[in-house]
Design a protein around this ligand. Structure first.
Ligand SMILES: Nc1ncnc2c1ncn2[C@@H]1O[C@H](COP(=O)(O)OP(=O)(O)OP(=O)(O)O)[C@@H](O)[C@H]1O
Ligand SMILES: Nc1ncnc2c1ncn2[C@@H]1O[C@H](COP(=O)(O)OP(=O)(O)OP(=O)(O)O)[C@@H](O)[C@H]1O
Ligand SMILES: [Mg+2]
Ligand SMILES: [Mg+2]
Lengths: 253, 253
């Protein structure tokens, strides 16, 4: 019970938030109790699910910096079985505030203890960096899910990400494993995409999900309606493939 | 002489590196002497221009942390009139190393003094964050160029970016101005793109460039050949629009 999956890649715009929201919603639609934890100061997971940032009871910043109990800020989303720990722009200041704290890498791991028993899956949406917020997420997580765009720059950063993964595994969280590698924004019109997938498969072998997320305009429109794609455009290719991905993550495929 | 333009937006994947490389190359093709400064530990500007990261004389990390003179690591690219200050993964450790240094926000401003007189334009490619690397870039720069993707999440982060711009302008660099706002990855097939452009124009008025960068597969292929798009696919829409943008930045349009 309570598998904690960090969704991380320091390369920007690769589909971390889109995966957190839509994988979360598809896992919830399959009957799992799912918690989405927004660890990115941009708060895109929070706004992509239509949560009003000005009406929050509190956010993850208050939990990490002021010790507010995490259950006090947990709230429901418009999606049954999917709750969220929201974030706000205040989180941008957290990294500098915790850099000289005792046990600074384990603050999140300790803070989320009260919710672990309640959910089947806890997904952590990380910011595009390998700083202390992402380190906290990797230290609290059981596994790491890596979205990789089918683009040239996508491969550049993977070595750095794996270095950080190995450091966390060695010193902070020996149980950390790779959940899987998800290819995103696949555009069949370009050869480059196929080359990138081949390269990633050479590196990660059977860790690469069979589900490949295509570039699909419904996925980029859904957050402007505050909904995951399975509620915004259920028949779209984006909804279909994220549903397949959820089956792979549940071990059904 | 020597206009320093920081290209920044903490939202990931909006086209900062693509703009740094291609605007840089188009300004160079028009006869300007241009320097590209890669301040992103992912080193995408460095690899996107085909620079071998293992054959570097040094990188910006050595300049910022060890005081190596910046002219010692400056190198040419395959593009006439375009030089680069390369970066490597070492830079990822710089932010934590400089957080408690005296004058930590002005380290880059002091370090780049020797090159200011040599170039007509110095473009700084920033990482997807508002941490000390981006703050150093904003403190060293004359102006800020903001790439914004024509997508829903793009608007979310602009307020945070403008807060940081105002803080830097008030306390560190009173001369800092907005160079312009560049709409990127425009996909005419979706209404959302038009809505985002309208919204951005309401906010930034005449600071929004007339040139709107379309989503164009040649732009994403060019870096895998180590070339800017004007050398990789000179007749493409991507090459055409970045050439127009360079004219606007030079004040010719
Ligand atoms: N498969 C897809 N097809 C089309 N658009 C997509 C797809 N996946 C994501 N997008 C869009 O691309 C942009 C980047 O995706 P997203 O914000 O999820 O990436 P991210 O990795 O979370 O970014 P950041 O690094 O800023 O956190 C968003 O505007 C999103 O709506
Ligand atoms: N107009 C465009 N059309 C198609 N692809 C593009 C365009 N602009 C950029 N890209 C591609 O989209 C991806 C993101 O662009 P880029 O890396 O320039 O963004 P960035 O803001 O520098 O990202 P980061 O936040 O990680 O630094 C890259 O793979 C790039 O090749
Ligand atoms: Mg995100
Ligand atoms: Mg970049």
């Amino acid at each position: 019970l309570g598998k904690i999956i960090a969704i991380a890649n320091q390369k920007g715009g690769v589909g971390k938030t889109t995966t957190a929201i839509n994988l979360g919603a598809c896992l919830a639609a399959a009957g799992n109790k799912v918690l989405l934890l927004d660890m990115d100061p941009q708060a895109n997971s929070t706004s992509g699910l239509g949560i009003d940032k000005d009406a929050l009871k509190g956010c993850i910043y208050n939990v990490l910096i002021e010790g507010l109990p995490i259950l006090e800020i947990r709230q429901s989303t418009g999606v049954p079985n999917l709750d969220i720990i929201p974030t706000s722009v205040q989180l941008a200041g957290a990294e500098i505030e915790i850099v000289s704290r005792f046990n600074r890498e384990r603050i999140l791991k300790i803070a989320i203890t009260p919710v672990i028993g309640i959910y089947d899956f806890i997904l952590i949406d990380c910011p595009p960096s390998l700083g202390l917020l992402t380190i906290n997420a990797l230290t609290a997580a059981n596994t790491l899910l890596i979205p990789i765009q089918c683009e040239y720059y996508a491969l550049e950063g993977v070595v750095q990400l794996m270095n950080t993964y190995n450091l966390v595994k060695e010193h902070l969280n020996p149980a950390l494993e790779i959940e899987g590698v998800l290819m995103t924004m696949f555009d069949a019109r370009t050869n480059l995409a196929i080359q990138v997938i081949d390269e990633v498969k050479k590196h990660f072998k059977d860790k690469v999900y069979k589900s490949i997320i295509p570039r699909n305009v419904r996925l980029s429109e859904a957050p402007s309606h505050g909904k995951p794609v399975i509620l915004y455009a259920a028949k779209s290719k984006g909804a279909e493939v994220y549903t397949d991905l959820a089956k792979e993550v549940m071990g059904i495929e």
